[in-house]
Ligand binder design. Structure first.
Ligand code: SF4
Length: 329
């Protein structure tokens, strides 16, 4: 098997806090193939953004390995990492904070090209502006003269400037008006298709990733609890937490509304300082059994490309419906 573009193996990270170490990422294994679009979804505080920072080497892992283009980048010095930096780029959640208010649009997009001494910078900036649907005349404007959607397009153009292999988009539309979210999502999808670019899209809203992702990974309290191809996930998510997230997506047709299983998630995300023993979801799960409170659930392979962590699932048994269940214990 060829090495995937990105491979995470047993990645862990905790951060100090007055209450004790916050276990942000608790042993994540994940792969991303070249040209693949993977959505990582879960509630705020589940560790998604921490994982993105580790992949970008903006923070160091406590344990585990991160392989990118066949190289373990965990132990690399900043100098050794330099050739990889252009290949790994990020689109940030807040386009206002991501842009320097004193740099014009042209300068903002040109900056990475200049730092990496790329030729034909003016022509490249013009091409990037066109690619993200911005008029050439906008190049002379400052961020405060742009709408939120235009700022995020500038952020995307800048992230694409160095021809990356992997784009990490961390909640790139959650700060935008609903009316422009679809435009930015479509742009991201087009950029990936046209460039053969891999995308790790981080979000909390499954409706947003519905038409974008090839595979969906669900994260809860620092762990991946389910991973499946998009179509399979949409019709047969197996983990109760994934089912709860799906149930929260508004139906777009009467038939979809009729087919929906009501599932209201009880309570808040438990503290990452002291994650619950056993299954980390047991305090909110309507199906929890006594063993869920003490024994960590195994990874259950439901199909070749689909797995979930839950005591109630059976290997190779497809995607059983766990039903709507009762209230959380
Ligand atoms: S292992 Fe138990 S608590 Fe965890 S998701 Fe499955 S049924 Fe719910």
């Amino acid at each position: 098997m060829p090495e995937p573009l990105l491979r995470l193996q047993g990645v862990k990270k905790s951060y100090p806090s007055p209450a004790g170490p916050v276990q942000a990422v608790r042993g994540v294994d994940l792969t991303l193939e070249a040209g693949e679009r993977l959505a990582l979804v879960g509630e705020s505080g589940c560790g998604k953004s921490s994982l993105a920072r580790l992949i970008l080497r903006l923070a160091d892992v406590d344990a585990g390995e991160i392989w990118f283009e066949g190289v373990n980048i965990i132990q690399m010095s900043d100098r050794a990492l330099r050739p990889f930096r252009p290949r790994l780029q990020m689109v940030f959640q807040d386009p206002v904070a991501a842009l320097n208010p004193r740099r014009t649009v042209f300068q903002a997009i040109e900056d990475p090209l200049r730092v990496h001494q790329r030729p034909d910078r003016a022509a490249t900036v013009a091409r990037l502006l066109a690619e993200v649907g911005l008029e050439a005349g906008l190049g002379q404007r400052y961020p405060h003269e742009l709408s939120g959607g235009q700022k995020q397009r500038v952020g995307l153009a800048r992230a694409l400037a160095l021809d990356p292999a992997l784009l990490i988009a961390d909640e790139p539309v959650s700060a935008l008006d609903v009316s422009v979210r679809a435009q930015v999502i479509n742009l991201l999808g087009a950029a990936c298709r046209n460039r053969g670019l891999s995308l790790l899209f981080i979000g909390h809203d499954l409706a947003v990733v519905r038409h974008l992702a090839d595979r969906i990974a669900v994260m809860h309290l620092g762990e991946i609890v389910e991973l499946a191809p998009r179509a399979r996930f949409w019709t047969g998510a197996a983990h109760p937490y994934a089912q709860a997230l799906l149930a929260a997506v508004p139906a777009t047709t009467p038939a979809e509304a009729a087919a929906k299983t009501p599932f209201v998630l009880q309570g808040d995300l438990p503290s990452a300082v002291a994650p619950p023993a056993g299954c980390s979801f047991h305090t909110r799960c309507p199906h929890a059994e006594p063993r869920c409170r003490t024994i960590p659930p195994p990874i259950v392979q439901l199909a070749a490309d689909h797995w979930a962590r839950c005591h109630l699932l059976t290997p190779g048994a497809g995607t059983p419906s766990l039903g709507s269940g009762g209230p959380a214990p």
